[in-house]
Write a protein that binds this ligand. Structure first.
Ligand code: PHE
Length: 355
């Protein structure tokens, strides 16, 4: 025997015993592991490259054949058994974890839901839409026109040459180019639509934002909506203007509402008129809302001035038309008795949520 003195040569029985001992211990550990993390650590300790199983087989090579083969076979069996035991335990642990989570994190479907906050349409836009709906019923198309205009379209072509005093009424915001400005009214849209459609007849409404260089007060803002209207054709008369605008007022304010037309002046219409409706707060008797007059002003209007027709490409000898302009914010103020126009664009939810 060539073994060192004092050391007994390795016997297959020793190795086998060690193998069985390792297997028993490992199976016990598997059974006792608390969770899959713990189990994974144990698996490395047992089956890993430096694990106890490999440790136990470290001296396998020292055995003579055929014992080496016998022990090796048994080692492979033990390894397979342990692999299976680890996998089974892992699955069991995962299943019980999932069951626990399902139990703990269960959705209580009997709880009332959280309602999403719903937005709403701005009060000025509510009125704007109502106005457009009425005009649509009466055969007026919506025509969109730009907010940034030239001096010529906002004033000049509307019969307000540079020296015209009426321009003072409509002071506005200019860009760095003094010929380009923010429109003070939707009326320049009249020129756009006429130039596009001439010589076809026209029935359009032109909604949109307008701007004025004003001191902001309870009654005047630097920006506001307008709805312009324009009808152009042959043999359109002032009677058409009165009839159409009265029909509109009845649809907006109620079939019983009384209207009246007062002479007015606009450079781009001749003759011009402002339409009032009977005060619906006091029924015409006189109250603070109508300032004691019994009437509320709703819009400006008139027969399109021949010069404007001409500028739009219509021969005033053959064509005529009427135009009007109204302010949705102003109408909303009348309808809901809002006393300050600044509420519309100050973004105060306490105001907006009331509509
Ligand atoms: N553009 C006028 C204004 O802003 C209103 C108007 C429109 C009057 C059309 C007559 C015809 O006050």
């Amino acid at each position: 025997m060539k073994s060192k003195a004092g050391k007994r040569p390795l016997m297959p029985a020793d190795l086998l015993a060690q193998l069985e001992e390792t297997a028993r211990g490992a199976l016990q550990d598997i059974e006792e592991s608390a969770d899959s993390e713990d189990l994974a650590t144990k698996r490395t300790e047992v089956l890993g490259r430096g694990g106890v199983l490999n440790q136990a087989l470290k001296h396998l090579a020292e055995l003579p054949q055929p014992e080496r083969g016998d022990v090796g076979r048994r080692a492979n069996e033990v390894k397979a058994t342990l692999e299976k035991a680890f996998a089974a335990r892992r699955e069991a642990l995962e299943t019980s974890l999932l069951e626990m989570q399902l139990r703990q994190e269960a959705l209580d479907v009997t709880l009332p839901g959280r309602p999403p906050v719903r937005g709403r349409i701005h009060p000025a836009n509510q009125t704007l839409r109502q106005i457009l709906r009425i005009w649509a019923e009466m055969g007026f198309q919506v025509y969109r026109s730009r907010e940034v205009e030239t001096d010529e379209l906002n004033f000049g072509l509307l019969n307000m040459p540079p020296y015209h005093p009426a321009r003072d009424q409509w002071d506005t915001f200019y860009t760095t180019n003094p010929q380009v400005l923010l429109r003070t009214h939707t009326s320049p849209g009249q020129i756009h639509v006429m130039r596009e459609r001439a010589p076809q007849p026209i029935r359009v409404v032109l909604p949109g934002m307008c701007y004025r260089y004003e001191q902001v007060t309870a009654r005047s803002e630097i920006q506001f909506n307008q709805v312009e209207g324009l009808a152009v054709g042959r043999r359109i008369t002032f009677a058409d203007l009165k009839g159409t605008l009265t029909a509109f007022a009845r649809r907006l304010f109620g079939a019983q509402v009384a209207t009246r037309f007062r002479a007015a002046h606009f450079p781009f219409t001749e003759p011009s008129a402002e339409m009032d409706v009977e005060c619906f707060v006091c029924g015409g008797v006189g109250c603070p809302v109508c300032k004691g007059t019994g009437w509320l002003e709703v819009l400006g209007s008139g027969m399109v001035h021949p010069t404007v027709l001409n500028n739009g490409g219509y021969d005033p000898a053959q064509f005529s038309g009427f135009a009007f302009g109204m302010g949705p914010e102003r109408l909303t103020m009348l309808k809901h008795r809002i006393e300050d126009i600044r509420y519309f664009w100050s973004n105060d939810l306490r105001f907006l949520e009331q509509f």
